[in-house]
Design a protein around this ligand. Sequence first.
Ligand SMILES: CSCCC(=O)C(=O)COP(=O)(O)O
Ligand SMILES: [Mg+2]
Length: 261
Amino acid sequence: MATVSIPACTTAVLLDIEGTTTPITFVKDVLFPYIKEHLEDHLSTHWEEDECKQDVHLLKKQIEEDLKQNRACPVHTVDQTVHTDEEKAIREVMENVLWQMAADRKSTALKQLQGHMWRSAYASGRIKGEIYPDVVPSIKTWREYGLKVYIYSSGSVEAQKLLFGYSVEGDLLDLFDGHFDTTIGAKVDAKSYERIAERTGCQPEEITFLTDVTREAKAAEDAGMNVLLVVRPGNMELTDEERAHYNLITSFSHLQLTGHT
Ligand SMILES: CSCCC(=O)C(=O)COP(=O)(O)O
Ligand SMILES: [Mg+2]
């Protein structure tokens, strides 16, 4: 695949994680199975703790929102305050979480809980964040040229920091100038990218966004960002139209800085 130039006006690069810096298989075959395997134990162990109560409260809010929007979802109260039967309440939370995961929902509620659950897996060394080999050298080069580098993922900021902080290449958190998650808005909503531009002090045109998902690419493009689609093994197939419309790269090393000194 040919090289693609980052426009000279780019001052910041915004990176997606799953399918962009990190193989989809790491998320689907390592991170998500960990949640399924440890969900019951996590909820039972931490049920009375404030963090877990907040996680369950957020899930409840999400269910209320889903019902308002007439989205199908398992309807349970999911509220510790009204259940006397803790086991039943935990089962109901589990049912909702597993249902959201089966649908690959990107709700903030689900992602916050997942981030909290992965903490001990990373800290104990059981899980290490996978990163494509071209990612770190490329980011280092961009930074040498004065570009800022940010992450925007549906995974919570805490989950992002765990993945890069406990990565196969060590602690990489110094490579990033900031992290964004769905608390700033959904990745398929152009407004989220406008807010990110505002937060970083950049004009949208000064930001180049790299993602594997065309709906995210379109939203960023609608906000005025420069967009590149990242094609990695196992990523979703692109249509001919998408291939024709977007600049594609299969490795970060295919990005060329032009006019940056
Ligand atoms: C960084 S946490 C693990 C990934 C995850 O849960 C997720 O939803 C990834 O979404 P992305 O926006 O990075 O494609
Ligand atoms: Mg992605």
